[in-house]
Design a protein around this ligand. Structure first.
Ligand code: GDP
Length: 526
């Protein structure tokens, strides 16, 4: 038996290709959970999603994104923690890291567009960690692809077995709502874009004559046939397969119209996993252990030069976190205490006295933390599962103000600790190369170096598009490889050698030439 405080926690992220409806669904969850009263209260971090690189616009929104980084609320006796992820593809690495701090995800798919580029990428990150995934097929009020076709497409493109737990009644202009296959229950709502209304009909029996007031006879017949067919094809949900990340339950709906949300939320809190044990380098850490442990998965900088504090987001993995208690910072080998740890409820933050596994607390930080840092009650632990991925753009830093070299070095060091981008050092000359997923990061770095550190730099684009972390069972062979390929080797922050290449093809060629060298796609290799 788990401690009820842990058992009641459901920590997850809603993820999607931009515009599929992630923000709308988040907002509707908060509405149904009673955490907000009208939609629109959660300010949109929309700028983060536009495809233009409007960096200043994004900066304006940064204040908002602190507030929406975590949204906690109570629903049906559960404590729900929704972790927000940026939608813009240039911030994909941020999203991947946030996924290291959740116990499950809800992946939103647009029924008109089906599986999109980001949908596939996000799914592959979930697969890396066997994160349990629920799929919400949104915008059923639009004339989209047919439900069965969508399921086939998702199964094929995302390589995961599905199990529909709700089913749409009609689609597009004939869409009336959804039937919960899981609870064998039908609730129809009036469409309302800003608040939650009582259901207009609730029935557990599809033969209930009162349904005829709201649905046509042929609609009821089609629904009955569909439910039977779906049961025949997909069968019942095997919860273990879901928690192992092998089967994804599917829900249909229209987030904007409130359709299908209650069915999703009610089933989610029942089947979604509570916090589970976590792997550390040293051992498995169980949630019910008495001693506290947690790790930093995100650092948010305050861009106001008068308030330099950063906020480090800590996911609690075991024990109980308490305010004003000393904890052990394992990388720095020192003790720290936090007098103002923050808790996030809906879109407000407040000081928290204690927090449990699954919770995320915000810690004011003056530069102690970097992504992946672990706090414990004294044990030396390093949590796994927060790897760096291969960047796709690499640029060499050129100092533009030799009088401010120290500031530049410090700025680059701190910004890459925060996870804005990755730093590689190349020889000869200790040249600094920044690797990032998108151009936006370089704008962010330039702007912040100038405004926060008073340093100026220029970036020289290199031809690399891929990086591979290299290891070998034979130390000599590795040294030899690093020496031979020196001009393409960068050392990451942990001084691991990384082979930089112009293409995947180049990496494959090199692999053939050096059979004793192992090439890894991420910085974490087993
Ligand atoms: P995000 O980029 O994934 O966060 O998507 P948003 O939640 O911002 O939604 C993108 C657009 O789709 C917005 O204009 C929403 O109003 C719209 N939208 C969201 N849900 C639905 C829906 O169920 N039906 C329709 N027709 N539009 C929706």
């Amino acid at each position: 038996m788990l401690n009820p405080e842990i058992e009641k926690r459901k920590t997850f992220a809603i993820i999607s290709h931009p515009d599929a409806g992630k923000t709308t669904l988040t907002e509707k969850f908060l509405l149904f959970g009673g955490a907000i009263n009208t939609a629109g209260a959660v300010k949109r971090n929309k700028a983060n999603q536009s495809n233009t690189s409007d960096f200043m616009e994004i900066e304006k929104q940064r204040g908002i994104s602190v507030a929406t980084s975590v949204m906690g609320f109570e629903y049906s006796g559960k404590r729900i923690n929704i972790l927000d992820t940026p939608g813009h593809k240039d911030f994909a690495e941020d999203t991947y890291r946030t996924l290291s701090a959740v116990d499950s995800v809800i992946l939103v798919v647009d029924c008109v567009k089906g599986v999109e580029e980001q949908t596939e990428k996000l799914m592959s990150v979930c697969r890396m960690r066997n994160t349990p995934v629920i799929i919400f097929i949104n915008k059923m009020d639009r004339e989209g692809k047919e439900a069965y076709d969508l399921l086939d497409e998702i199964e094929e493109k995302l390589s995961i077995s599905l199990c529909p737990l709700s089913w749409p009644i009609g689609q597009g202009h004939t869409f009336k709502g959804v039937y919960s296959i899981y609870n064998k229950h039908l609730n129809l709502f009036n469409s309302d874009k800003t608040k939650v209304t009582d259901s207009v009909v609730a029935a557990s029996d599809l033969n209930d004559p009162s349904l005829l007031e709201y649905l046509k006879e042929n609609e009821i017949k089609t629904l009955k046939d569909d439910v039977e067919l779906v049961d025949g094809i997909y069968g019942k949900l095997d919860k273990d397969l879901y928690t192992d990340g092998l089967v994804a339950p599917v829900f249909f709906g229209s987030a904007i119209n409130n359709f299908g949300i209650k069915e999703l939320l009610d089933t989610f809190i029942e089947i979604a996993p509570s916090p589970k044990h976590r792997e550390a380098e040293e051992r498995d850490v169980l949630v019910e252990e008495k001693n506290f442990s947690g790790f930093v998965f995100k650092i948010h900088a305050n861009l106001d030069p008068k308030h330099r504090d950063r906020i480090a987001f800590l996911r609690i993995c075991s024990g109980k976190f308490e305010r004003n208690k000393f904890y052990y910072h394992t990388r720095q080998d020192k003790k720290l205490k936090f007098s103002n740890p923050m808790d996030f409820m809906a879109n407000e933050k407040s000081i928290v006295e204690e927090a449990w596994p699954g919770d995320v607390v915000g810690l004011y930080d003056s530069g102690n933390f970097k992504i992946g840092d672990t706090l414990t009650e004294g044990e030396k632990l390093q949590f796994k599962g927060i790897p760096s991925f291969s960047p796709s753009i690499f640029k060499e830093v050129e100092n533009m103000d030799p009088m401010r070299t120290k500031q530049l070095e410090k700025g680059i060091e701190q910004l890459t600790d925060e996870g804005v981008a990755q730093l590689f050092v190349m020889q000869p000359g200790n040249r600094k190369v920044i690797g990032a997923v998108g151009e936006l990061q370089f704008e962010v770095i330039n702007f912040r170096l100038e405004h926060e550190y008073g340093a100026k730099c220029r970036f020289r684009t290199l031809s690399y598009t891929r990086s591979s972390w290299v290891t070998s069972g034979d130390r000599k062979k590795l040294d030899e490889f690093v020496k031979r390929k020196q001009q393409h080797i960068g050392f990451d922050k942990e001084a691991n050698p990384v082979y930089l290449a112009d293409s995947e093809y180049m990496i494959n060629l090199t692999k053939q030439d050096y059979p004793d060298i192992e090439f890894h796609k991420t910085s974490e290799f087993k």
